[in-house]
Design a protein. Structure first.
Lengths: 703, 311
């Protein structure tokens, strides 16, 4: 930690970082700043306080990066990805060290407590000598680690890493006498460790990313919803605001649907579709877009060509997408007709069940407008193989209940069946989020709905929605399961509806057949059916204190509103201009301060000895390379004449002429009075004789 | 008698008494001629006192004083004291041992700092202020102080300011077995000091000192001396580095040693030979570095290796 790395190594590492992380220009600028020290004479006599300021500035930069990342929607779980900026965050400290006269930083700069102790020591007059370190190699290590955080190009990363690590090992070893075998073995060991380390890290990375996208967590995706059916204990729902809805005109929708599913199996609802339809390989429907004005684009979902332009939007929804899900389903009210104002790059698509997914959103916090119409244009009519299916594990229990309720009798309308079920659930079931019955165990999750219907008769909305869907299916009514939010909390001060985690809800979409005057079936539509007892809303209480919730809500709203404000084109320019002005002023201020405190290097000419140009070169100087071949190179601190005596050990007969030559050389070089031409001539002739004698001297045998 | 002859005679005379210490004798004599003072740090019985006596005995009419430093020694014991003459009712100044040409301050670190510092003014300025009146130390005034590097009980380490007053610190060390055997043979019939005859006079020494100022030194070598001193100032383990007084002493001693070597100009080899003895004792090393075995001498040797020497 005390030696500085060789020239260009830190610069090369920064270029490597810039190249592999996609910040080539930033890397180049940083590399130039770091390496320019070697070519510029600019130095600063930084005091201890200056290094502390540089460190505090680095911490400030780190804090700014974290805040910016948080504002941009990076979650706490992804905070490690910010390490990619560590080379830039620590750049002030590295530059202070490189451009400071000391070339080293007191170790206690990095510790608040050590600095306090030192201040106390100074106050009490104790002598202090903080340990000085050169952070050059540590900085290179940080750059390499930061590159590893962001790099996905394994071959280039491994090659660059090997070169930099090789150089880091080579130069210090060369200083202490390079042993090629030792260097080679160390390199081999380091490369092997690097290779397996990288391989392991990649495996770990893929494991995490795959399990995340695979849906092991209970995130809502368009394709699958893992319910809590069969889980024991209390279901805890977050009081955090997920979405906010502003209704400008018309009725307030009671439910906002996020995703719909049609297949149930073992406590998991999923989405399936018939591939014979037009949506072959992937169940999606592209929207048809209509530009209402230059800066407003509205999307509608309809297979038909003639779409009526929607009237003014009546609902605006603001919320945060889940960064862990690539295509986020977004909540929409029943009979959503069109969606607009999504942002420049965001796209949407819809599946055959009416789940609308947003992708490629510029930021995680989004705002969109919704137009509601008279009917939904996004849901396909029922497909019987999916919308009437009941899993085998639940079939017996479902049939028993259906028989008990007489749901399968003829001439019973769908609405009548729903009413029977509503009455059944209302009178004989209780709502609870706390399941702890002796009849439940983990192995019985596959028949959990049957147990719910026949034994426990208590559960939360997922039980009610699943049971409703399966019972209706058994009764011949196509039904689907959907998840979303119940709209029941109104914030009067802001005139908006708040959808929290504890408002998350599950219910059914039921196909209601249409009839004409002759009572013939002509068509139908999907309708929301929610048979969960109404008491559930009052039971979902916020357990956190009011002021804490208000504070959290206010902060979240502030952040989301700022982000939404920032994403608008006119405001984007304002933000960029403001940030540019702040950075420019800060840079100018720092540059001005630095320029006025610069100093010449403390290394005076006395420390950098070079033979004066006007000092004469003697004939003895010219035999130095020849003698070096015999006795090895001369160390910088050894005087020439003293070093030349080493040749006497190889050939003692050279002692006499060498002594004479040395005496003459000293006169010519160091006597201010100067030497006579005869002495010059004499030295030349003695040196010529010495040269031929040394040439014939055998080199010493190497041990 | 030419200065070179004087130097040679003096060196030869002392070498006849102190065997096997040719280099140290030459350095100590150079120190005397250059007007500096020397601190001999060595084990008991290695010839420190004999060396001082041999130098004094080789110079005719030179006054030699010896002070054995003890904890109860007072400054007046060194400098002198004025005593009231009851007959004349006047104070008469009785000069102390400091008024001598060659002063041997034996085991200087055994006296209290107050007494040690009584020598400061004399060593730096060649005068002694006693009871308000200033007395000039005429003549040679060369201090040879000794201290024992092994025994530290009951000692007072010399303060940094006093260490800086010594132009050089060196040690005699043990002689080779052959030389030791020769010493035994020579002292079988009495100590050689008993038969020592002066070979040079104080006037010869004065002319030798004049001759030193004519020894030439190039600008390049002056820069080299400054570079060596300057290098001690950028070493973090050194709490107190070499002063300009150290550079000055190194230059003067290099000139004197060159004269003893028979040259009338200075070479880098001479500077390198003297640098550890002149600079090392002035450095104050950080305690943790000292604990790790770092010494002033090793620091100077490292500096000599790293600092490019004029070639």
């Amino acid at each position: 930690m005390t030696t500085a790395p060789p020239r260009l190594l830190a610069g090369a590492a920064l270029l490597f970082w810039g190249g592999l992380t996609g910040h080539a220009l930033v890397g180049l600028v940083a590399a130039i700043l770091v390496e320019a020290r070697s070519w510029l004479g600019l130095r600063w006599n930084f005091k201890r306080e200056s290094y502390i300021k540089a460190w505090q500035f680095a911490i400030l930069c780190g804090g700014c990066v974290v805040i910016l990342a948080w504002v941009n929607g990076v979650k706490v779980g992804k905070i490690h990805t910010l390490f990619v900026w560590a080379p830039l965050i620590l750049l002030p400290v590295e530059l202070a060290q490189r451009y400071g006269n000391a070339r080293k930083i007191p170790l206690n700069t990095f510790s608040f407590f050590a600095r306090k102790k030192m201040a106390r020591d100074i106050h009490h007059g104790r002598s202090i000598s903080p340990r000085m370190i050169n952070t050059g190699y540590a900085y290179i290590a940080v750059v390499i680690l930061a590159t590893a955080m962001a790099s996905r190009d394994e071959l280039h990363h491994f090659t660059g890493l090997s070169l930099i690590v090789g150089a880091c090992l080579f130069f210090p070893m060369q200083k202490n006498g390079l042993r090629p075998w030792a260097w080679g073995s160390t390199m081999l060991l380091v490369l092997t460790l690097s290779f397996f380390g990288q391989w392991g890290m990649l495996k770990l990375y893929y494991y995490f990313t795959e399990t995340q996208t695979g849906g092991s967590s209970r995130r809502t995706s368009a394709n699958e919803s893992r319910t809590s059916i069969g889980r024991l204990g209390r279901i805890k729902l977050s009081p955090r605001i997920f979405w906010r809805m502003q209704v400008s005109e018309g009725n307030v929708p009671g439910l906002l649907r996020t995703a719909t599913y049609n297949q149930y199996s073992r406590a998991r609802w999923s989405h399936d579709y018939a591939p014979s339809t037009a949506r072959d390989d992937y169940d999606y429907l592209d929207p048809t877009n209509i530009s209402v004005s230059q800066d407003r684009t509205i999307y509608t979902f309809s297979p038909e060509d003639n779409i009526q332009l929607p009237e003014t939007d009546n609902i605006r929804i603001i919320g945060e997408l889940d960064a862990g899900v690539i295509e986020n389903p977004i909540p929409l009210p029943h009979f959503a007709f069109a969606i607009g104002d999504l942002g420049d790059e965001a796209g949407i698509e819809c599946n055959s069940l009416g789940t609308v997914r947003m992708h490629n959103a510029e930021y995680n916090v989004v705002e969109y407008s919704v137009w509601t119409g008279e009917s939904s244009t996004t849901e396909d009519p029922p497909a019987h193989q999916f919308d009437l299916g009941i899993p085998a594990q639940e079939l017996q229990a479902i049939r028993r209940i259906c028989t008990q309720l007489n749901l399968t009798r003829e001439n019973l309308s769908t609405r009548a069946k729903i009413e029977i079920l509503r009455d059944f659930f209302k009178t004989e079931f209780t709502y609870t989020t706390h399941l702890n019955t002796p009849n439940f165990d983990r192995g019985k999750r596959q028949s959990a709905v049957g147990i719910f219907l026949e034994t426990t008769r208590a559960g939360h909305c997922e039980y009610f929605a699943t049971a409703t869907a399966l019972l209706l299916r058994e009764a011949g009514v196509p039904a689907r399961y959907c998840v979303g939010f119940s709209v029941n909390e109104h914030d009067g001060s802001r005139d908006e509806w708040v959808l929290r985690g504890r408002h998350a809800h599950a219910w059914c979409r039921v196909w209601i057949k249409g009839h004409n005057k002759n009572n013939n079936v002509i068509a139908g539509h999907w309708e929301d059916v929610d048979l969960t007892p109404a008491s559930w809303q009052s039971l979902e209480q916020d357990i956190s204190s009011a002021w804490q919730r208000k504070l959290t809500d206010a902060w979240q709203r502030l952040r989301e509103d700022f982000l939404i404000w920032r994403t608008r084109d006119t405001n984007k320019t304002k933000v960029i201009v403001a940030i540019t002005i702040i950075i420019t002023l800060l840079t100018l201020w720092i540059t001005w301060r630095l320029w006025h405190s610069r100093q010449r290097p403390t290394q005076s000419k006395h420390n950098r000895y070079r033979r004066p140009k006007d000092s004469p070169s003697t004939a003895l100087h010219k035999i130095e390379p020849l003698v070096a071949k015999k006795i090895g190179p001369r160390a910088g601190g050894t005087p020439l004449c003293q070093w030349l005596t080493g040749i006497i050990q190889l050939d003692p007969s050279l002692k006499e002429p060498l002594m004479t030559a040395s005496r003459l050389h000293s006169i010519i070089r160091f006597d201010p009075k100067g030497a006579t031409p005869e002495q010059h001539q004499q030295l030349a002739s003695i040196t010529a004789a010495l040269r031929s004698a040394i040439k014939s001297t055998p080199a010493p045998n190497k041990p | 008698m030419t200065p070179q002859e004087t130097a040679h005679l003096l060196e030869q005379s002392v070498s006849n008494i102190i065997r096997g210490q040719k280099k140290t004798i030459r350095n100590v004599l150079s120190c005397m001629i250059s007007g500096g003072h020397v601190l001999l740090e060595d084990n008991p019985g290695t010839g420190k006192t004999t060396l001082a006596k041999a130098i004094a005995g080789s110079i005719s009419n030179s006054q030699f004083s010896r002070i054995q430093f003890t904890p109860d020694l007072l400054p007046s014991d060194i400098l002198g004291v004025s005593i009231l003459n009851q007959k004349t009712s006047e104070f008469h100044f009785h000069p102390g041992p400091v008024f001598a040409d060659i002063l041997l301050a034996d085991e200087i670190n055994r006296a209290s700092p107050r007494t040690q510092s009584a020598l400061l003014e004399s060593m730096a300025e060649g005068q002694a202020t006693i009871e308000g009146s200033c007395h000039s130390l005429d003549g040679l005034f060369f201090v040879i102080a000794t201290q024992n590097p092994v025994e530290f009980r009951g000692t007072y380490p010399l303060p940094e300011a006093q260490m800086d007053r010594f132009a050089m610190q060196c040690s005699l060390g043990y002689v080779s077995p052959e030389e030791e055997s020769r010493i035994l043979a020579e002292q079988n019939n009495g100590h050689p000091l008993d038969h020592l005859q002066p070979v040079v006079s104080l006037e010869n020494i004065t002319s030798l000192q004049d001759a030193v100022s004519h020894i030439r030194i190039s600008d390049e070598l002056r820069d080299y001396i400054v570079a060596l001193s300057n290098a001690t100032r950028s070493i973090e383990e050194v709490q107190l580095a070499a002063s300009p007084r150290a550079s000055l002493a190194l230059m003067k001693l290099s000139q004197t040693l060159s004269l003893f070597e028979g040259r009338d100009f200075v070479t880098p080899e001479t500077i390198q030979e003297l640098a550890p003895d002149v600079i090392a004792h002035r450095l104050v090393i950080a305690p943790e570095a000292k604990f790790n075995g770092l010494t002033g001498r090793s620091i100077v040797e490292a500096i000599l290796e790293k600092t490019p020497a004029p070639v």
